[in-house]
Design a protein around this ligand. Structure first.
Ligand SMILES: *Cc1c(COP(=O)(O)O)cnc(C)c1O
Length: 424
């Protein structure tokens, strides 16, 4: 199946007489004839469901669809993108370990790593995604367990050189985790470039309608944990909290990582999305390919318009020839990039705020990447915890306006921007 078909058909195939749509199994628990039957599930000896804090059929259908879209072997849905990022890293790094992260990542991921996970005893080194080979090499330590980056950084729009970072990670025996939220598997499939784990905030394009917060982790099934067993004792030595199971032995490369994530992290931390939310996410996924195409064509036209407008100081969109990332974007996402554009309004911070007040079609919202066009000033909202130095290091200028181009008629969007820019 091609991507457009997978959006509709993958993950759930009804049998004779079964519902066409994914059933919403809104049940916390599941019935068994004998305790022995249930015991097998607890021992991970049999496949099945016993309690929705760990697994639910509706969730699993949708996770399978996303795994198919990414070309992975297994996936898990989480109640938010933040939970997905946290689980993806915490599944293989613990107190005393070290992780390398790109500086060009979502502000929420940066805080999670730099503040909360540091409190848990995990050390992070943040590295410019366009650093020299020497700088990249110097970031690795004997206790490094993973490398983390973002396909197209929100909101800096830096395009990550996935192949280069995957090679560096693999040379040090650790996996590359890539947040693929902005590109979506319609525009980029990080596994084809060597990434090992992919995360998503499904809240963005995947849901696409401002309806449900959610996240997803997908495993490529290609990272050989056992070949680096000394680094990953959680996967390669017996789990005493699960009757001595060794995940990498019992579930192999294709299943170990996600099974551990479910059996340990979901069990103990419980960031499971509700089946109802997963059902809604699936509705979004069905139209993902069509919507992403429209987001990208609208954004390209809007970016070109902005570049030619006298009230605009600068525009960053990798679809523009003027972008530093144009060539790299053509390599990793030849069919389209995303609907998000960054630009500066002439007159700086104050002019940007004034311009935003005059918008009518585009609304001010702490959100991006959905059907509705919206704008945000990161320095005074999502990124306000960061200092100016941290902002600039992450590629977020203090005067940056993040414009998320929706799927409305592009002429309405451009007319709205024209009048707001003229009246600032
Ligand atoms: C929004 C976002 C997140 C966090 O996801 P939530 O669903 O808001 O928890 C992570 N990464 C990226 C790139 C995002 O845009």
């Amino acid at each position: 199946m091609r991507q457009e078909t997978k959006c509709i058909q993958a993950g759930y195939t009804p049998k004779n007489g079964e519902p066409r749509m994914i059933p919403i199994v809104q049940s916390t628990t599941f019935k068994y004839d004998t305790s022995e039957d249930m015991g097998k599930l607890f021992d991970l000896e049999a496949d099945g469901y016993f309690y929705t804090r760990l697994q639910n059929p509706t969730n699993d259908y949708v996770a399978k669809k996303i795994a198919a879209l990414e070309g992975g072997t297994a996936a898990i849905l989480t109640s938010s993108g933040q939970a997905a990022t946290f689980y993806a890293v915490f599944n293989i790094a613990q107190a005393g370990d070290h992780v390398i992260a790109s500086t060009a990542i979502y502000g929420g991921s940066y805080n999670l790593f730099n503040v909360t996970m540091r409190k848990m005893g995990i050390d992070f080194t943040f590295v410019d995604p366009d650093c020299t080979d020497e700088e990249l090499e110097a970031a690795f330590k004997p206790n490094t367990k993973a490398v983390f980056g973002e396909t197209i950084a929100n909101p800096a729009l830096v395009v990550y050189d996935i192949e280069r970072w995957a090679q560096a990670a693999h040379a040090h025996g650790v996996p590359l985790i890539v947040d693929n939220t902005f590109a979506t598997p319609i525009n980029c499939r990080p596994f084809e470039w060597g990434a090992d784990i992919v995360t998503h905030s499904t809240t963005k394009y995947m849901d696409g309608h401002d309806a449900t917060v959610g996240g997803c982790i997908v495993d490529s099934g290609k990272f050989d944990w056992m070949a680096h067993a000394d680094k990953f004792p959680g996967l390669c030595t017996p789990d005493e909290s699960y009757h001595g199971i060794t995940y990498a032995e019992k579930f192999g490369m294709e299943g170990a990582y996600i099974t551990k994530c479910t059996a340990q992290l979901m069990r103990d931390l419980g960031s499971i999305p509700s089946p109802m939310n997963c059902y809604m996410l699936n509705l979004g996924l069905e139209s993902l390919a069509v919507r992403v195409e429209r987001h990208c064509s609208n954004a390209q036209k809007v970016a070109e318009f902005l570049e030619g407008n006298e009230n605009v100081a600068w525009v960053e969109y990798p679809g523009l020839l003027s972008s530093k990332y144009h060539e790299r974007a053509k390599k990793y996402m030849p069919n389209g990039i995303c609907g998000v554009i960054s630009f500066g309004v002439k007159g700086g911070r104050k002019a940007a705020e004034e311009f935003m007040k005059h918008l009518k079609v585009a609304i001010i919202a702490t959100h991006v990447a959905d059907a509705h066009t919206c704008v945000l000033h990161p320095a005074s909202s999502t990124h306000r915890q960061m200092t100016d130095e941290e902002l600039i290091a992450g590629g977020v200028m203090p005067d940056l306006v993040r414009l998320s181009v929706g799927i409305e008629n592009v002429d309405d969007i451009i007319e709205d921007l024209t009048q707001a820019l003229a009246s600032k």
